[in-house]
Design a protein around this ligand. Sequence first.
Ligand code: UDP
Ligand code: MN
Length: 332
Amino acid sequence: MVRLTLSRMVMVMVVVVESLYLMVVLQKMAELEMSCGDPDHDQDEDEDDDENDLVDKEEMKKELLLINGVLFPDAAATAWCGIAWPPLYVITPTYKRNTQLADLTRLAQTLMHVPALHWIVVEDAEHPREVVGELLVRSGLPFTHLSATTPPEYKDAKMMGRGVFNRREGLRWVREHATEGVLYFADDDNTYDIRIFEQMRGTRRASVFPVGMILSLGISSPVVRDGKVVAFHDGFQAGRKFAVDMAGFAVNLRVVHASPGATIPIRVSYLEDGFLRQLRLELEDLEPLAWGCTQVLVWHTRTNRPATPNMDHVTKDHLDTNLVHLYRNILR
Ligand code: UDP
Ligand code: MN
């Protein structure tokens, strides 16, 4: 009897707490709806309120989209306001090296700040590895984890670019699964200012921007005159129509779908140029970002090669300690 009353009381408390929570949520919804404007109201009202709407939208931007001083759409805010933001599809080729997990952790934790982004991580390996998969799950990002290897006929090919076949695999996946949005290739070891992702989201055909810390000039950049790309300032020209780094451009998926055969060529140093040519792009299609290519928002960083950890370095008197587990974990 006592037990029955007690469980009833608990149930009543749960209902009360749930109702309170619902009230708070409903109030928040009402507030958000007011700040977003009512999408259902009629056309005439729309016209009357045009001026107010403008003010409201500006206010809304400040309130909802200014996060850490960076203007970008908060996923919840955009859902409420019904604004459709083009998704970003970011392809990262990666392979097992001593720096891989450090690089991928840094990149994951950069991308975690970017809404409406799908991360396609393609390992240069026979199978997607568990340790990479776990990192992807931990990131909480929407992701696709794939792998691809170099076909045997290319195994001994000289002058072959790095990460060609896994980038191709990522491209295949995007072609098959995504219709609209923007595509970007993000190597695992570069450094990305999150503002570049919001800027590239608006790419109509292809956008380009400077890449820092690269090649002999220490910088690679489109040359912009009167808002138009007229040439490329890059340490490696060598007949390239688009002398850009993989980190220095993004393309709209419409352009990718318009050229179904366009792929990443295998010849080293011509990956970017070949791909952009095959997409049938011209210089005048290029949209310079990073404030007319006056700022660096992406760096071609390279992680210093550390020594390869080796279990043999654990001395006999430490075989019953954490070191054994530590080495096992890092050598997975
Ligand atoms: N990469 C790969 N397989 C390889 C070599 C490189 O998938 O055999 C990837 C690598 O993880 C990186 C990109 O291709 O995301 C470029 O490689 P790397 O950073 O080594 O080249 P660098 O930036 O030094 O030119
Ligand atoms: Mn690199």
